[in-house]
Design a protein around this ligand. Structure first.
Ligand code: F6R
Length: 366
């Protein structure tokens, strides 16, 4: 049931404030004093002692993993590596009993991710899952885990599962940091509060849907697109590009903004839309100079900015505003306009948004 929406994908994008609330339910204390992850209680000591955490996934789940890496290293100070399941499983990785491996999968049935799980287990690592489907193979075979509670995701392009995965990773990072005492009480409380505010802020972003549809109309003929972001928003740029390519068949690349000058800058001309995730955070000045570099080469910039940041409005072609937030929770918000932009471009191109060609919801073959 599409609940009155034209496509499941749009419905699922709109569900995100609710699914985030579901993911936080019973886990974020109202007074922001604690994050309770029941499924991990027994294994938290293992996580605290882990010499290294390896996060594994495919596609969108791999993008969530990258955000998890930044969060866990920043706040919990545990070294993290992120791997594609399809690489990890075939490359004889060095891994042992001190390692904790976190596998992320919406479906819990992705063949490569399951093979990576079995390999890590065989080598003696503690294996944890972040999964959306209760009772899936991944949920059954991991030692412990956290469900994302995003509800059934029908659209092949993952949307609400991604934000739920990132929400879970953020909770794990903060709780691990608290237990390891690598975060001070005030910062912890502030970030738990920021997390709890993301559903309401997500609702505000959805109000820009019409505006984003109008932007899509301007760029629907583009044959290429470049997505840029820094820090926690670099994986969001990757995710924005993946959404566009999988449902609209427009070639899109996501890049860490600082990498632009090492190659992709050669692509920029007046035909190339460059989507820049540029909220006012620690990387703001750097991202603004990336925007100037794009503009100097006649690129068209669509910027995702902090609301009220009128300075950027004059510099770029189109803006989409998102509410101010701490940068650690910004991926949960900044990805929403990118999902909507991809959706509208695909609809305008007449693509089968919910069932894009050549793709399956759950990739059970290697
Ligand atoms: C992207 C997408 C795929 C999946 C990937 C992993 O929108 O849907 O890239 O993210 O196939 O699937 P799960 O998370 O089920 O293991």
């Amino acid at each position: 049931d599409k609940g009155g929406f034209e496509h499941f994908m749009l419905k699922e994008i709109y569900e995100q404030p609710l699914t985030l609330e579901e993911t936080f339910r019973g886990r974020l204390r109202n007074d922001h004093s604690e994050i309770v992850l029941g499924g991990l209680l027994d294994v938290f000591p293992k996580l605290e002692q882990a010499g290294r955490i390896i996060i594994i996934g495919c596609g969108t789940s791999w993008h969530a993993a990258l955000i998890g890496e930044y969060l866990i290293e920043e706040y919990a100070q545990t070294p993290v590596e992120v791997e594609y399941a399809s690489e990890f499983r075939y490359r004889n990785p060095v891994i042992g009993e001190k390692d904790v491996v976190i596998l992320i999968s919406q479906s819990g049935e992705t063949a490569d991710t399951l093979a990576a799980l079995r390999l890590a287990k065989e080598k003696g690592a503690t294996v944890l899952g972040i999964c959306n489907v209760a009772g899936s193979s991944l949920a059954r075979e991991t030692d412990a885990g956290v469900y994302t509670h995003a509800g059934v995701e029908v659209g092949v392009a993952s949307t609400k599962a991604f934000t739920a995965q990132v929400a879970v990773l953020t909770m794990i990072a903060l709780q691990l940091a608290k237990r390891k005492e690598t975060i001070d009480a005030e910062t912890y409380r502030m970030l738990v509060k920021e997390l709890s505010e993301t559903p309401a802020k997500g609702r505000l972003i959805l109000e820009s849907n019409k505006k984003i549809a109008a932007i899509a109309e301007k760029y629907k003929e583009a044959v290429n697109a470049l997505y840029l972001g820094r820090g926690y928003l670099f994986p969001v740029a990757l995710e924005g590009a993946l959404k566009l390519k999988e449902i609209s068949y427009v070639h899109a690349e996501g890049y860490a903004a600082g990498e632009m000058k090492h190659g992709p800058i050669a692509l920029i001309d007046d035909n190339l839309p460059v989507i820049v995730v540029a909220p006012q955070d620690a990387y703001y000045e750097k991202v603004v100079s990336n925007i100037q570099e794009v503009k100097a080469r006649k690129g068209n910039v669509i910027a995702v900015v902090t609301e009220g940041d009128t300075g950027l409005h004059e510099m770029v072609n189109d803006v989409i505003e998102i509410p101010r937030s701490h940068l650690a929770v910004a991926p949960l918000l900044a990805v929403i306009p990118l999902q909507l932009l991809a959706y509208h471009i695909a609809v305008l191109k007449g693509c089968d948004v919910d069932r894009p060609r050549n793709l399956a919801k759950s990739v059970t073959v290697e």
